[in-house]
Ligand binder design. Sequence first.
Ligand SMILES: [Zn+2]
Length: 129
Amino acid sequence: MIEMVARDGPPEAMLCPAFICDACREQVVGSGNIYYRDRWVGDRRQSSPLFVSHKRCARAVEAILDVFYPQSDGWMDLCQEMRDFVKSLANNFTHAFADDTKGTYHNHDLVQPDGGIMPHFKNGPPGTD
Ligand SMILES: [Zn+2]
């Protein structure tokens, strides 16, 4: 997961966002994988949160995902190299989906590992689904 790690020492204490491997719980630096699973239930797309792994821990994270998002329930395994993910995230930080005239961004429900469903992401005017 992307987590806030507490740091003390000069010049001041702070909380530092970091990629933490979901298998070994160590920081991932420079290169790694971003995993998530995705499926369609009727006409609704569902997505897991993002999971993080070192390259060497990939199989262990896939095993974790198999517990909460089994492929036998229609979940598809998706993975992105961390460097590509960071580039896309930085781009989307300053570019609103609503301003993209070339594509359509689909609504989705975020399914937590405990099965809880977060209110779905909306990409459109209020009142649209
Ligand atoms: Zn690891």
